[in-house]
Design a protein around this ligand. Structure first.
Ligand code: FHN
Length: 496
């Protein structure tokens, strides 16, 4: 199957239509197996130690992803034309030669970058952590790296380290902070890997001889030294390391039915990185390191899994429009309603929502993104109690069902989401997020698994008790005539 065709194979339950460009590698699996040359934190800790390490992440539910780099200079356009695909993939999708791409660095001077404002925006939205691209696939480091000169300090007129500024601000404003690092793909360092796009040729899929070289050399002279810098130069940060794309693009696809054709991070290479990660025992890292390591989190990309991942921590990462890195032509912003309902849907399944922003080359966060995050924050100010530190729904079928007739692109039963309501729980409270206001003005469930002792709406500051009846297993709560919030009104059920 051609790569481009595979791009469309993305799961079904995100609220928005999936565009090929948002799914560049979204459909891949990140396989992990048992035995590791170097045991990781996860291999060694007890369940209680794991619970303690993951506590803040499990309670957070909502984080900010930031994709920012010199790709924001071309902003999706090359030689006068829009390059189809993701903004941060422009070098690869546009087959831009290394020297031409590197020439964007001296044009990158984000004087309007304001770490305080970005951290404050995340907080205003109700987000509890930030993860920013320290180095994306283009190989440009967004921090002061002594390991490689292609970085914001040595290569641009800006001469500031935004990661340092953000780490300081995050600490000051009491929010967790982490780094995304593309350990496998690097399109400007000789020997770095490149995923296949367009007519780029195997086995390297490089498009410029300047990219050719030895992967192990790249790993040992750039990626590992940079990982060391990121793990040691930022005080208490990072709280998270977010790896990406550890395997060749065809992994587990029809492109490479023979596992011997699969290239990527070997257990040996990954274990060298794990030795570094082990120096920070509180660190949380995802399932995209490769080499058979599971990491801490599942990372569904651009979709919300039908039932979450029972028994595993997880985080759905999603774009706010159709690109991660800034693209001047992408104005396909999701509505605040979609974004909030995605957050609620994810929380109801026990996951976190890592929602992306893509700042411009000036450092400015696009106003459409700011507006949506601020609106989400207003809802969270009133209703955050029903999201943070909650447990998944006690019900389950409200999220939708697998079709008995329709199949998804992989031939599996298609999940058809329903958008009437969702639910979370915390201690003796059950929260019901009502997306549709029942015409009967009654919230009804046929099977309520706990005894209800009281009911009120979270947005009603007086918490006026609502009348309810519970007979047999069924619960009926009398609601007021109209919703208090058109996006989601939260009904609180006190239970025992
Ligand atoms: O290729 C990247 C993409 O640019 C973006 O960084 C996303 C975020 O999860 N990850 C990769 C695709 O899986």
């Amino acid at each position: 199957m051609k790569r481009i065709a595979r791009l469309a194979l993305v799961s079904c339950c995100a609220l928005f239509a999936t565009h090929a460009i948002t799914a560049q590698v979204a459909d891949e699996k990140w396989p992990a197996e048992g035995h590791h040359p170097v045991p990781s934190i996860q291999d060694k800790e007890t369940p209680a130690e794991k619970d303690a390490r993951m506590k803040w992440f499990r309670e957070a539910r909502f984080g900010m992803f930031i994709h920012w780099g010199i790709y924001s200079v071309p902003a999706g356009r090359w030689q006068g034309k829009e390059v189809p695909g993701l903004g941060e993939w422009i070098m690869n999708s546009g087959s831009i030669p290394v020297a031409d791409y590197k020439a964007f660095a001296p044009q990158f001077n984000p004087t309007q970058f304001d770490a305080h404002a970005i951290v404050a925006l995340a907080k205003a939205a109700g987000m509890k952590y930030i993860v920013i691209t320290a180095k994306h696939h283009d190989g440009f480091a967004m921090y002061d790296s002594k390991a490689d000169p292609f970085n914001i300090m040595s290569g641009t007129p800006f001469k500031r380290d935004p990661l340092h500024e953000l780490a300081v601000e995050a600490h000051k404003q009491g929010i967790k902070f982490g780094f995304y690092y593309s350990q496998y793909q690097d399109w400007t360092a000789p020997g770095g890997a490149a995923y296949k796009t367009g007519d780029h040729k195997p086995p390297t899929y490089h498009w410029d001889p300047a990219q050719d070289g030895d992967f192990s050399h790249y790993l040992h002279t750039k990626a590992i030294p940079q990982m060391k810098e990121l793990l040691t130069n930022y005080g208490e940060s990072p709280d998270i390391i977010w790896f990406d794309t550890p395997y060749e693009s065809g992994y587990q696809s029809n492109d490479h039915p023979n596992p011997k054709d699969v290239h990527g991070m070997t257990p040996q290479w990954a274990s060298e990185i794990v030795s570094l990660l082990n120096t920070r025992p509180k660190l949380i890292w995802n399932n995209r390191l490769g080499g058979g390591y599971n990491g801490d989190t599942e990372t569904p990309e651009q979709y919300i899994p039908a039932n979450g991942y029972p028994g595993r921590d997880w985080e759905s990462c999603m774009t706010i429009n159709d690109t991660w890195g800034y693209k001047v032509d992408d104005k396909n912003f999701k509505s605040t309603e979609t974004l909030l309902r995605n957050l609620i849907d994810i929380a109801s399944k026990g996951g976190n929502y890592l929602l992306n922003i893509g700042p411009e080359s000036t450092g400015v966060v696009p106003p459409e993104e700011v507006a949506r995050l601020e609106q989400m924050g207003k809802w969270m100010d009133v209703n955050g109690e029903s999201i943070y530190a909650t447990k998944p729904t006690l019900f389950g079928s409200e999220a939708g069902a697998f079709s008995t007739t329709e199949k998804d692109k992989q031939g599996k039963p298609k999940f058809v989401p329903e958008w009437k309501w969702r639910s979370t729980t915390k201690a003796d409270k059950v929260y019901i997020h009502l997306f549709e206001w029942p015409s009967t003005h009654t919230f009804h469930v046929a099977k309520m698994p706990r005894t209800v002792t009281g009911a009120y709406l979270l947005a009603d500051t007086s918490h006026k008790p609502l009348k309810f009846t519970q007979k047999g297993g069924a619960l009926d709560v009398q609601l007021p005539d109209a919703a208090l919030d058109p996006i989601a009104t939260v009904l609180v059920l006190k239970t025992r």
